[in-house]
Design a binder for this molecule. Sequence first.
Ligand code: PEP
Ligand code: MN
Length: 366
Amino acid sequence: MKTKVQVTTKEKRISSILEESGRIIIAGPCSAESQDQVIETAKALAADGRVHYLRAGIWKPRTSPGSFEGVGTIGFQWLNQARAITGLPIATEVGSERHVYEALKHGVDMLWIGARTVSNPFTIQEIADAIRGVDIPIMVKNPLSPDINLWEGAINRFARSGVSQIGAVHRGFTHSGKSALRNHPNWSIPMMLRERLPDIPIICDPSHIAGNKDLVSSIAQRAMESGFNGLMVEVHPNPHLALSDSAQQLIPNQFVSMLDRLFDISNLQNSEELLSELRLEVDILDEQLVSALASRMKLVKHIASIKKDKNLEVLQPNRWDSIIKRVSLLADEQGLRPSFVRRLFNSIHKESCTFQQEQLMRSAVK
Ligand code: PEP
Ligand code: MN
């Protein structure tokens, strides 16, 4: 059942949105690209009635130069028109003091801090100083790296500047593997942030975690099951023409059916979505396991060459005992059965010894 939210006014606080709706939903294109694109998206979102803020990037912090870097301040006119037509409050990303002043000058209702900016405490402090004394909600995305202190530190800088409406946005963390997901969700980090800052609402940005429109819904599902306080989702009327993040944006209809599925508890598809999301995460971890094993074997190879030069035995029982003790302890601390981890490490060790013997024999033959 769809419950229409009253379109929020500029004065509405995020805490009252959460109280009334039980969640906060922010949606809109990755970037504002044209007047038509912004207004068409806003109309579709407002018609659904469950969206609280229209998002659109005006300045885009891009990893590589030459990518689309945003339309700049002209985009505020389109956002303001969209708000005037639909009543939806507007949100944009700020990455500098100048962005804050421009956004405030143009009456933006909510600001967010992007993942690249959160990693820089100088910039965060500059933005926090620029915003001092202004009562505007600010959503702080997690940094690119899984560094909870950096994320918490940025939030605390805003709190110290007297910002009273702060939210956190989980958008995943950079990973180097070839997983189907653009960013690693690493759910334990937002959960840890919740423990550290229980009063800060945390929403999920499934679009940047997924990186692909087909995976957005299962990430969103997982977030809602884990008690997140809402979502920030990229929605674009023609994703294939989008100037940034084209692969991950949903068309308004897809977004609306995703919300229907997410918030309809009787929907059986939910567990399938959850299952596929969990499998994607398992794939990332498996990839990390294999790549950790490969890196370990490279170090073993290096060690083998030193042992050969120094005429040392391949098997060093003391060293092996201490490794087994250490990993058993770590396993226990992390809720794994130590006997399982010992079996696993014995097998790794066997492979390392065989590998080292082969290395020694090969160099003896040479
Ligand atoms: C965005 O929201 O479009 C964006 C650039 O996100 P992030 O900072 O999470 O990469
Ligand atoms: Mn984006």
